[in-house]
Design a protein around this ligand. Sequence first.
Ligand SMILES: Cc1cc2nc3c(=O)[nH]c(=O)nc-3n(C[C@H](O)[C@H](O)[C@H](O)COP(=O)(O)OP(=O)(O)OC[C@H]3O[C@@H](n4cnc5c(N)ncnc54)[C@H](O)[C@@H]3O)c2cc1C
Length: 518
Amino acid sequence: MAYDYKPYPYRRAPGLTAPEPRHKVLIVGAGPIGLAMAIELANHGVRSVVIDDNDVVSVGSRAICWSKRALEVLDRLGDVGARAVAKGVTWKVGRTRHHEAEVYAFDLLPEAGHKMPAFVNLQQYYVEEYLIDEALRRPEIEIRFKNRVVGLDQSTDHATARIETPDGAYELEADWLIACDGARSPVREMMGLAFEGVLFEERFLIADIEMTADFPPERWFWFEPTFHPGQSALLHKQPDNIYRIDLQLGWDTDPEVERKPERIVPRIEKVVGDRKFRLDWSSIYTFQCRRLDSFLHGRVIFAGDSAHVVSPFGARGGNGGLQDVDALGWRLAAVVRGDAPGASLAAYDRERTFGADENILNSSRTTRFMTPADGIERLFRDQVLRLAGQVPFARTLVNSGRLSVPCTYALTGADDPALPLAARPGSVAPDAPLGEAWLLDRLGREPVLLAIGRAAPKGVTVPVLELAAEGWVRARYLGGAGAALYLIRPDQIVAARWQDADAATIADAVRAMWEGRE
Ligand SMILES: Cc1cc2nc3c(=O)[nH]c(=O)nc-3n(C[C@H](O)[C@H](O)[C@H](O)COP(=O)(O)OP(=O)(O)OC[C@H]3O[C@@H](n4cnc5c(N)ncnc54)[C@H](O)[C@@H]3O)c2cc1C
């Protein structure tokens, strides 16, 4: 059954009648990133107004693959993470084929002991629906549907948006404006900011079909399959018996012609054989990798697609945007509360432009492998595919998408190289079971000092979580060491770690964290 789009209620904005008092935070765009941002700020006690130019969740087929880290972020936002996992198709295995032979397979989460799976596949409209449900429950959030930003001004201490509604226009002032208005970001346009990067000269058909079939919950990718000669293809299973099929078409194809169902249906029939299906959604896409030079512009902050875009192969768009939410929420909340200087937001810019570059690099490499330029690039690609069936080293060079994982920030917080590399400063704190509960459930609102296999030093001012040196906690946090102290940021990132430290050293690290100097 096709998704049932229900419009959310439009209400007349108070600013249409009389000027509103200045708001703390205005979020432009109620896509996944704007909504998650509002809930994360509410978690930290900060109020926001969210405006969106329409009144329904994302139309058509966009993001489907949500990564472990994205699910961990969503898990802090009320019941959104739990609903996404319950509804979504959980998967972790990907298979890449050349013609019909498997040349490469990967398992994204071979280890147990994590609350969240490697990936779930779930249509973007469900994720947005769950986020709206949660946002509507929060007293700190006001969502205004059918409110479109059409103008913007800013001074040193606030931004002013001009907003159009079905009942006329009004102005709204906010100390901070977060632009989550998507890849074509009108806010970015209004500010005249360059969005540098590349457009890949390739077209893909994206089709969602409803079909009863017994395909396993895996990602299947083909180079040059017999059903679609000379091109590539991708198949993903989603809930509600919906399958996503991506077919590479080539740059020379005419998108107007390819859009027609009489062209699409025979192509899909070649993929699924004689199974019956219903075409739920289709579109023709070209892909770009671009980002803003900086995500911070005075009182205007960019997050999600307005700040950076990538090709979908690797699922790094929405997942990368949720990591922006992760890195910005606690910092902006501290600035709004007066607990941190405005300059600390530079750390958000530093970390997330770094994350965007990593995503763009991975996404560009994949796109180039899938659509090599004539000459040496094509020769290399074809030889890798030919050899991959025979020689193990060539398999690692096959690139049908390096799937979204969080980057490790280059933090300067104290480190002890005797402790495990995967938990070094800048990494997401690895999850671990704590009896029936999970370690990440105990982190994510305020800084926490993990005291593992030892007591915390006297006089520590941050909350302490003492953990026994056993099981997954030992394996992931201690390695061969007997005990350790880990300072974890409110976004569950490791800020610093020691085998031993006094309270003054830890207090310095906490200060550096709030000031964005770590
Ligand atoms: C085909 C495809 C497949 C994808 N697959 C994946 C995937 O598997 N995994 C993944 O993580 N990502 C994927 N992505 C990327 C993902 O869809 C985006 O990264 C994600 O939607 C970005 O969210 P956002 O909130 O930043 O922007 P958007 O979702 O674009 O939301 C922006 C919002 O701003 C509103 N808006 C715009 N202008 C104004 C204005 N002037 N005033 C008020 N409101 C305004 C819009 O109505 C919209 O609601 C895919 C994208 C595509 C196109």
